[in-house]
Design a protein around this ligand. Structure first.
Ligand SMILES: Cc1cc2nc3c(=O)[nH]c(=O)nc-3n(C[C@H](O)[C@H](O)[C@H](O)COP(=O)(O)OP(=O)(O)OC[C@H]3O[C@@H](n4cnc5c(N)ncnc54)[C@H](O)[C@@H]3O)c2cc1C
Length: 473
């Protein structure tokens, strides 16, 4: 990102006066009331820990497959409290955090992963229709945008790989991209027209919860799980005020710490920040176009993602990824004024026509990142507990797939999904602290340098890449 002009800096400061520190998607009059916390002892066939997308899809898929199964979901806060209620709402087919990452890690199984990803997105959207979930889902596709000359070459290479792999796409030159969406910073765009839908993530999560409840799944909010132990032939899941004696459990806590510490070897929480504008006027929309409503992101290693909302706002997020020493998560690390300011400045750098527009909401959330940028899975407690975590910044769609794998694993099933190399092999682990913190900072600095040097990676990033390791959002 180039230096910011005085006008951009002053537009950014004005736009942030009066911005609420709140998640737009959760700041709604129709936010559901919390359900009762677990108190005392109960029994279940399957306990799910965490009511984000992974936990919700696990519950719904399991209940639809076996209506007699007694399923209990335990959530530390309320449904969609975590990343699932705070994200950009890009619901993508990719299970591999994009095509380039898929090619880098699983060239031999990429055809299968692409097919499974397309099926997953189709089935996810069918489920939204079947349960009449009102989450403003629109299959608009998404577009990568080159804002530096070196990024045009990268997009051309990606377009060539897309053609080879039969992935639907259109390459847009400067004139064509600016006819779609007008920004003076745009040089080219690669539009994947069918492989993404935009959704309202919180409404999707609440709708999944309601669908699962209609099938008999029992939810408990404000019920943090503190331990999971073997107990006879089953397991005992303990919360602060209650206990579930169960046959099996799926842990879907993603970036959060408890209750399985072994996930921390493979998954770290990195904070991603988001701004939401007020609704644009008709004139403001005319000034930028964007009639096809695609999800957009710029093509640098550090990138912004942005989209239109159903009520005419722009969500603008990304760029910085912030790791807090020891993997801290929670309110004490959620606000970072310099990052918010940088985001606002880059917004007006991209859309100078929108000077005067204000941001109504700012927030952040923990992205669960792995060194290969995709979900990891595992089992513990002699196979009675499975876990899925670490989608990095692309878990809205992939979490349905992650949930299905976690369910296959905990049910002891061998399926096409469980036989994937992506599932069988775990990502390279992160080192323990303090080396973890130092490695993340060194990698962030190296990524910034690469973006400044026309994408050319230095020794540190090249060495990591040789081991299939990286850092992303
Ligand atoms: C700012 C931001 C933007 C993003 N944008 C996108 C995007 O546009 N597209 C995309 O595909 N992905 C995006 N992502 C990633 C995506 O949101 C996540 O991958 C996805 O929501 C993960 O869902 P999950 O259910 O696994 O995790 P979460 O939604 O984090 O759910 C985990 C749940 O577990 C609960 N929990 C934790 N510990 C316990 C415990 N001990 N007991 C009980 N419950 C517990 C938490 O309270 C939480 O509700 C974004 C993420 C962030 C943070």
């Amino acid at each position: 990102m180039r230096g910011k002009s005085h006008e951009e800096q002053s537009a950014a400061s004005q736009s942030l006066a009066g911005t609420l520190d709140a998640v737009f998607w959760l700041d709604r009059p129709d936010t559901p009331q919390p359900v009762d916390a677990l108190s005392g002892q109960t029994t279940a066939d399957l306990v799910i820990v965490g009511a984000g997308f992974t936990g919700l899809w696990t519950a719904l898929v399991a209940a639809e497959a076996d209506p007699g199964r007694r399923i209990v979901v335990l959530e530390a806060e309320t449904t969609a409290f975590g990343a699932s209620g705070r994200n950009g709402g890009f619901c993508e087919a990719s299970l591999t955090h994009g095509l380039a990452n898929g090619l880098a890690h699983w060239p031999d199984e990429l055809d299968t992963l692409l097919r499974l990803g397309d099926e997953n997105l189709d089935d996810l959207l069918d489920t939204i229709d079947r349960h009449a979930i009102d989450c403003d889902a629109e299959r608009t596709g998404r577009m990568d945008i080159a804002v530096e000359p070196w990024q045009v070459d990268e997009l051309l290479q990606l377009a060539e790989a897309s053609s080879r792999l039969g992935v639907d796409h259109a390459m847009l030159d400067t004139e064509a991209i600016r006819a779609e969406i007008d920004s003076p910073t745009y040089l080219a765009g690669l539009w994947h027209r069918t492989d993404a839908a935009m959704v309202d993530p919180a409404r999707l999560a609440w709708g999944l919860q309601s669908a699962a409840r209609s099938l008999g799944v029992v939810f408990h909010d404000n019920s943090p799980v503190c331990s999971i132990k073997r107990s006879g032939a089953g397991i005992e899941v303990q919360t602060d005020r209650g206990r579930v004696m169960a046959d099996r459990a799926v842990v879907a806590t993603n970036a959060y710490r408890r209750p399985l510490s072994r996930i921390r070897r493979h998954v770290i929480p990195v904070y991603d920040h988001v701004l939401m504008t007020e609704p644009l006027s008709t004139d403001q929309w005319s000034a930028i176009g964007w009639g096809n409503r695609q999800g957009l992101s710029d093509a640098g290693n550090q990138f912004h993602y942005y989209r239109r909302t159903a009520d005419g706002r722009i969500l603008w997020g990304g760029y910085d990824i912030i790791y807090h020493f020891g993997g801290r998560v929670g309110p004490s690390v959620e606000h970072h004024a310099p990052t918010t300011r940088r985001l606002a400045q880059s917004f007006f750098h991209t859309f100078p026509q929108l000077g005067g527009l204000r941001f109504t909401h700012r927030w952040s959330g923990p992205i669960a990142s792995t060194t290969r940028f995709t979900c990891a899975w595992g089992t513990t407690h002699a196979g009675r507990v499975s876990w899925a975590a670490g989608y990095t910044g692309l878990g809205v769609g992939a979490s349905r797939f992650g949930a299905r794998v976690a369910l296959d694993l905990v049910d002891g099933l061998t399926t096409e999904r469980t036989q994937l190399q992506m599932v069988l092999r775990r990502p390279f682990p992160f080192p323990p602290e303090p080396a973890r913190w130092l490695a993340v900072q060194a990698t962030r600095a190296a990524i910034k340098r690469a973006d400044r040097r026309e994408g050319r990676e230095g020794l540190w990033l090249r060495t990591l890449a040789r081991f299939g390791i990286g850092l992303n959002s």
